[in-house]
Structures are given as C-alpha cells and as structure tokens.
Design a protein around this ligand. Sequence first.
Ligand code: ATP
Ligand code: K
Ligand code: MG
Length: 676
Amino acid sequence: MSVVGFDIGNENCVIAVAKDRGIEVLLNDESKRETPAVVSFGEKQRFMGSAGVASATMNPKSTILQVKRLIGRKFMEPDVQNDLKLFPFETFESRNGGILIRLQFMGEAHTFTPVQILGMLFSHLKQITEKNLNMPVTDCVIGIPSYFTDLQRRAYLDAATIAGLKPLRLLHDCTATALGYGIYKTDLLDAGPTYTVFVDIGHCDTQVCVASFESGRMKIISHASDGSLGGRDFDEVLFNYFASQFKEQYGIDVHTNIKASIRLRAACEKLKKVLSANAEAPLNIECLMDEKDVKGFIKREEFEQLSSNLLDRISVPCHKALADSSLSVEKIQSVELVGSGSRIPAITRILASIFKKEPSRTINASECVTRGCALQCAMLSPIFRVKEYEVQDSIPLSIGLSSDKGPICTLSNGMLFPQGHPFPSVKILTLHRTNTFYMETFYANPNELPVGISPQISTYTIGPFQSHSQMGKVKVRVALNLHGIVTIDSATLIEEDADNSLSDEAESKFDDTSSAVNDSEVSNLAHADNPSIAAASGQRKGRAVKRMEIPVSESMHGKMTEAELSEAEEKEHWLTQQDLKMEQTKERKNALESHVYEMRDKILNSYRRFATESEREEISRKLAETEEWLYDDGVDESASVYTEKFEDLKKLVDPIENRYKDEEAREQATRDLVKC
Ligand code: ATP
Ligand code: K
Ligand code: MG
C-alpha cells in the first residue's frame, strides 16, 4: 500500500512519499522535484508535466494550463471569464453551465471537462510515483485550497477516481504545511499553546491560516484566502507594462498574437524572479512578433510601484485570519511564509508590518504542502506507524441546512456548521415527519463566498417512507467528512410503540449510534419547528422503539453522475493506451535506428573477419536501405512494422554474430587452459 502526498499547484505539482526514514520528495523523469501542471495534446499522444511544457509553445491551443482554476466552476462566473481570457485554449459553456474545453487530437475535435484534464494530471503524477516506488499507487492525500467549495472538493475526488487514485483525505494546503511544521516542533512551552501564522502565496492564490500548537496536537483556528491573487498576477503587471511599452516603441501589439503573448508572459515571469534577487533586470526577446527583436528594462522599485495594488491586497486575508482567530497580534509567535509566489521581497515587508515581526522562511516553500500530505497519509494508513499527533482542522465556509419547512437552525446564528467549526464532525438532527421530505445544504453566509459562486450545495430526498403513528421521528445524520464535504449520510425513522416493551438490543443499538456524536454537539441540536435534543429519546422505559432506515438520495447540480464518471474512466483508459502505444512505437523506432548504427560499426570492425565479402555487402546494403526508409516512408510507422524490420536485419546478422561468439568462447577456453 502506498503512502503518498500530492500538492497539485496551478503551476507546479510536487509528490512526497513516506519511507522508513521519513518523508521523501520524488523526482520526475527529468529529475526535477517540481512537475509543471500541464497537459498538452500532441498529434497522436498527450504530453504531460515537463514534456507538456515543451509541447506547449508548439500546440498552444491544445495545451491546458492552470486547470485547477476551472475545477467545479461555472462558465459564466466573473473570475472564470477573467481566467479564460488569458488561456489560449478554446472553452465553451456546457449544458448545465459548467466549462468544457475543446481541442484537436488525432485529427478530430475532442471535448473534455476540467475534471477530466485534472484526472490526466493525477494519472501522470501517479505514474511518476509508481515508477519511483515500483509498486501500484492508490492511497494518497491531496492538498486543496481552503476556499474550495463542496462541489470543487467532490470534483477533485472524481478526478482522482478517473486516475485510479483513492484519496484518504483532501487536506487544506495550509493545514498540511502546519502539520509538517508542528509534528517536528520541539520548542513548545508547557504554559499553553503557541500560535503561528502560515501564509502561502502560490501562482494563482493566497492562503493564510492561524494555527495553534501544543505538545502532541495542532489546531487550525482560522483560514482566510484570496482565490485570485498570486504570482501570476505579478507576471501580468509586468506583461501589461511591457506590452504597452512595445506598442509604443516597436509598433507591435502582442495581444493580437497568441505565441507572442505566451513568450512575453514567460519572459515576464523570468524577469519577476530575477527582480527577487536583483535591484533591476533587463528583458530581451528575439523576434517576438513581426520579426522584431525587443528590449526592455525595469527596476525593482518600479515593479513594486506598479504592483502596489496587489501588494495591498495581500494584507486582506492576513487581517481576516487574524481577526477570525480572535488573537491579538502579540500572541502570534511566528509567521511562516511559503509558496514560491511569496519570494517577492516586498511581500516580506508587508507581512512584517501586519504581524509586527519579521516573517521566517525556514520551511521549504515549495515542498511543505506535499510533505504534510504524505505525513497525513502515513497517519491515516494502517501500514505505517507515526507518532500520535492530533490534527484538528476548521471549516472555512459556514454551512446551513434547510428542509421543505424552512431553515433548520442548530445555533443562534442559524448555521449547522459555522465558519471555524472543527471537522470531521457529525450532527444528528431529530425531525418530526411522517412521510417523504426534502432537505438542502447550502453556504449560510454569502459574505464568505467569492463573487458569483452559488450558495447552494446539494439537495436530498429523504424517503419514501410512511410513519404509522403520529409519533414518528426521523433522525437525520449530517456528516462533515475528512475532505470537508458535507452530506446527509443516513436517516432513520423512529417509532415508539406504547404496547410493547423496549428490548435491550434495540436500546444498545441506539446508544451505539448516538455515541458517534460528541456530547457538546448533541446539546446544540435543535429543530426550528420543534426543538428537541437528539440523543434524549429512546430511553423511556416501557416503550418499544422501532427503527427503520429511510433511503436518502442526493442530487448535486454540476457534479458528475456515475455514468459520466465511468465514461470518463473509460476515455482516460483509452487515452493512456494511446499514449503507451505511441511511447512503445518510439521505443521500437529508436531501437531499430540504433541497431542500424551498431551493426554498421560492427560489420566494419569486430565482425569483419567473420563475414564473407558478399555477406558484408548484402548487410551494408540492407542497413543503408533501412536507414533511408527510417527517414522517409518509415518516419511514422507502427511499432510492429519497426519490430519486423528489426527482425529482418537480425536474421541477416545473426549467423555472423554467432561465428564471432563461437570464436570468443574458444579463445576464452584457451585462456582458461593456459592459466591452469
Ligand atoms: P497555486 O498554489 O496557486 O496552485 P503553485 O503551488 O503551483 O500554485 P508555487 O509553485 O507555490 O505555485 O509558486 C509558483 C509561483 O511562484 C509562480 O508565479 C512563480 O513565478 C513564482 N516564483 C517562483 N520563484 C520566484 C522568485 N524567485 N521570485 C518571485 N516569484 C517566484
Ligand atoms: K506547488
Ligand atoms: Mg500551491
């Protein structure tokens, strides 16, 4: 069984595994620790990760970047529309308002959902992991942004399913970082918890959390984020600056040219990195557009001025996380800065002024999320022993529940799981219903949601059932699971019958169920139209309790259906086979090619005296013929044709090779004799 952590970034993905001696970050095929989040469709196969980057400039319209941005989102959301403008690939709105990507592959138009593309990326990372570990990989923990909605979380699980992965947990990025930091922390005081702020600035987003650490446990107190503020936005500042400069200076408008935009954007990202270490930096691009070479230059100070708006925005989630934690800034012991987007020096200054202390960069900024995920996977896995350590996360978005009779409030603020509520968590509600009814989960505080995101989560049909008495009570179990996904996972009809006496079995069975709820939560449980305490019933002596499971069915707008999911799995299987076929073809072609060169050398040297003149001639002719064919008709053939040619050559050379080997063996035998 595998113990793996995946950090899926908008720009970079990182994989870590738990080994006997600790957590290890894996290298990809190019021996890099970071794998670009790129899926590119070539003519006959896909190229993913690093190979995808190489293919991206050739096939901009069939190369998908930053797919994480599009997961579980609606085409018409303003943020989505802004993102789509930056992407060279074609997208359109699906029938249910989602996003579809259309591209050319193998001479045909194909459409994919973002979840399918993410599934491809997962598959690629899974392959890298399997190659490294030399065993099949399924169990894993995957990092997700804390601001992900329920739908986005489920979409991640669907993508994982498509790739054949089984996430034991979707773990908030900052929680993963805090776990990896806290579990090794040795400087804890006995006097109470110490508090740390984590700030993660990635390519497209900024996440902040406040965590408390005590010996043996950590707790997330608050999460805050800006889902549209990251390194990419700083690239865009430089891009716009140079685009308008070049328009003036060279009379070219890169906005009108996809390839020129891609190249300028890439150059700006490089420039930004140079500016992190230098006070100024030049920009030179040859033949950017209309055969013009362009030159530019910018000082760090100027760059900071141009990005002052973005820099100011970083303080918003920082202040929010602090306010939601109810801690004064003096209580914060340290501020840990992670995510590669945070390497811009001005960001450190801003954080220092907010938190009144210099942020530290002691954590590995690009590996902390995946390391934390691998640790969590080890903790959840039955095969690994990790030291006892309690991880308590908190939910960043308030969740409410309503029934067809109106909202069901369990707390004075009308929420089932308010923002900051620890999870996983279960609540059991008691409702007075006698037949089928409907319930809905939703985000209860619109202010916590980004603009354009629907507050609706999911709808449930509880039933069919029919209560035979007017005393019918339905206990509904609502779970906020390890992934931060909320579901009504069961409903039970409880009918009390005054004529029969209560059997012991029924009672203990009931107690078992109720013990899944923690006491303080139970006391919170109340129903709007008839407040009652969940675990209080079933104890009255002299009455039998009849319990019956009621079917619960869920329908979630925008989530893949089972049928769509299995279709996507099949398609992924087909694509993987196609990639594999092309890889094998390349391998066979390369083998044939190198065989031609090897034999040519041998026939002229080591095999020379074992072949007759005519044999040599025939072989040389055949080699030349094959070589020519490889560059001509044989450029694009199937694996079996290459294998056939290889065998043909082998038949010619084998007799000579055998003579050579016989001779070698004879010589060896003679040498052995002499030695004796
Ligand atoms: P996200 O977390 O948004 O999904 P990600 O995890 O892929 O994205 P990271 O790998 O943490 O993002 O960071 C990538 C960003 O960091 C890019 O915008 C990149 O340009 C930026 N970056 C990398 N090195 C530097 C540097 N030296 N100076 C400034 N920015 C940098
Ligand atoms: K990353
Ligand atoms: Mg990240």
